[in-house]
Design a protein around this ligand. Structure first.
Ligand code: BG6
Length: 491
């Protein structure tokens, strides 16, 4: 495995710990080594010490010394400017040869591009130019691209066409770390591994769907990237669209990568693309002001490190989307994401229609508890079913109750970074959980009109939500005009 961006945050927080957990659970072959590539000039020994310290920090006290030493031995490093240093890629090639000989590794290589997207095209070109991506004698070569994949439809298309000229689609793995989450993968198992939910999973029974990806964290030290991206680009065409497609797709013919991705792509194609007028009535943006989270005061976005004081960047986005197909026509999908919201919470809520008729005195139909299924993605992972039950007593009164399945309670806690499955799948060549070129482009096609309108019409009244709240009032109005409201009290 070659990691570009080896001294960066992603490598130390996620990639090395993920490799550690894979090795611990017996999913890494004995013939395995890592070549780290970074801008800094470091010796193998310096890099090893650094990465091993990080591993101990992020895996914690439980890090097994023998396993850590196993990684130490198998880690090599080379440094230089990715786009200027002519010798760098020759050096990567010789490091790979050295590692293959030393640890008897077959010449199967995968390259992880944990670098800014502006370098994706250059690094891929250089990998190919130096022959490192050439597959021969049954050996494979693969490249993993971190998000964001482009910043709009035009740039995503350009990048796709560039890398597809020099690599084959089956060598390309566009990562979306949401697909590494157990609970996200479980959406498919829940829907297609059971027979009782699918018959009601459509417009005849479902009133609407709400997807919330709320974070309590602010922009942290990432303003350089985030202030140019904003909440919509950062979260919607990737993570939120994964949740939508898995929730809304038809059963695939098989679990082969392309069968699953064909169905996801069909959902994206059915999502209505808005005209500028429709964007205005179906989208809301926000930016956080100062406030309090978990009892602690937090600053406004504009007062965060490296954020311009007049920044117009949105830290919150909400959309009402329509999936214009046979299954979902007329069922709105409301999605929202924001930073510095009341608490970290990601869920998909399927709200079912009300019972058609009031049978019980004292319970007018508006008060009848309606049914919903909530897929809790994080931090609590599980599934709950909400329904009405009789409150004990001489008169018939209804109350809402929940049937809960809690992952940790049932299966026990498993520590993971969410990258394990994705790295493993790349090694075995299974691209099911990775985005295909057409999916990336369809996602940008849907959000592009929103980005265009937001760029053309500057936001008014930013900051428009307090840190620690559930977002701007306009987002409540987006649902209120349809006679609905966000469900904020899902635990
Ligand atoms: C990343 C975004 O892709 O996802 C971040 O760039 C965001 O801004 C993060 O904080 C959220 O991931 P998770 O796994 O914490 O929900």
């Amino acid at each position: 495995m070659v990691i570009f961006g080896a001294t960066g945050d992603l490598t130390k927080r996620k990639l090395y710990p993920a490799l550690y957990y894979l090795a611990r659970d017996g999913y890494l072959p004995e013939g395995f080594a890592i070549v780290g590539v970074g801008r800094q000039e470091l010796s193998d020994e310096d890099f090893r010490s650094q990465i091993i310290d990080d591993l101990n920090e992020f895996v914690g006290d439980s890090a097994d010394k023998e396993l850590v030493d196993w990684f130490r031995e198998r880690t090599l490093y080379t440094g230089g400017d990715f786009d200027k240093d002519k010798e760098l890629f020759d050096d990567i090639g010789s490091r790979l040869e050295k590692a293959c000989d030393e640890f008897s590794i077959p010449r199967n290589f995968f390259f992880y591009l944990a670098v800014p997207p502006s370098l994706f095209a250059t690094v891929t070109t250089l990998i190919c130019r130096h022959g490192l991506a050439e597959e021969s004698n049954g050996e494979w070569r693969r490249v993993i691209f971190e998000k964001p994949f482009g910043r709009d439809l035009a740039s995503a298309k350009e990048l796709n066409s560039h890398i597809l000229r020099i690599l084959n689609e089956r060598q390309i793995f566009r990562i979306d770390h949401y697909l590494g989450k157990e609970t996200v993968q479980n959406i498919l198992v829940f829907r297609f591994g059971n027979s009782i939910f699918e018959p009601i999973w459509n417009r005849n029974y479902v009133d609407h769907v709400q997807i919330t990806v709320a974070e309590d964290l602010g922009v942290e030290q990432r303003a350089g990237y985030y202030d140019n991206a904003g909440a919509l680009r950062d979260m919607v065409p990737n993570h939120i669209f994964q949740l939508i497609t898995l929730t809304a797709m038809e059963p695939p013919a098989s679990f082969e990568a392309d069968a699953v991705r064909d169905e996801q792509e069909k959902v994206l194609q059915a999502v209505k693309t808005y005209s500028p007028e429709e964007v205005l009535s179906n989208s809301v943006r926000g930016q956080y002001g100062a406030g309090t989270i978990a009892g602690e005061p937090v600053p406004a976005y504009r007062d965060e490190e490296d954020v311009p004081e007049n920044s117009e960047t949105e830290t919150y986005a909400a959309l009402k989307l329509s999936i214009d197909n046979w299954r979902w026509a007329g069922v709105p999908f409301y999605v929202r994401t924001g930073k510095r919201m009341e608490r970290k919470h990601t869920s998909v809520m399927i709200q079912f229609k009300k019972a058609p008729f009031v049978l019980f005195r004292n319970t007018p139909v508006e008060k009848l508890t309606t049914n919903r299924i909530v897929l809790h993605i994080q931090p609590d992972e599980g599934i709950s079913l909400h329904f009405g039950a009789k409150v004990p007593g001489p008169v018939v009164r209804m109350g809402g109750v929940d049937m809960d399945f809690d992952y940790a309670e049932h299966f026990g806690e498993t520590v993971s970074t969410g990258y394990e499955r994705l790295l493993y799948d790349c090694m075995i060549g299974d691209a099911t959980l990775f985005q295909r070129a057409d999916m990336v482009e369809s996602s940008w096609r849907i959000v592009s009109p929103v980005l265009d309108v937001w760029e053309a019409i500057p936001a008014r009244g930013f900051p428009n939500y307090e840190s620690g709240s559930w977002g701007p009032e306009e987002a409540d109005e987006l649902l209120a005009k349809d006679g609905r409201s966000w469900k904020n009290d899902i635990e």
